[in-house]
Unconditional design. Sequence first.
Length: 95
Amino acid sequence: MRMNLKQCVWIVAMTLAIGITGGTARIAASPSPQDQHDQDYSKNKNYQVGMRDGRDDSAHNRDHSKKRKFKKDDDQKAYEAGYQTGHQSNPQDHR
């Protein structure tokens, strides 16, 4: 009986250790959400269009009035990043 208890404790300890190290490796390998949003789209034309739409909506107190769709996911992300930047900035700063 004593031997069974030691084996169970050892198995539980090893399972936890493997689970913790596996989870840590998985977290380290995946990019953080912040890294995905820090991409520089400033020279992308879709980003510029988004900035213009965002500023216009902000100046007229609207919330995302134009729902543009793009074929490429990266183009959509650039537009949305530009829109958010334009909408959050003060319209008086850009006159």
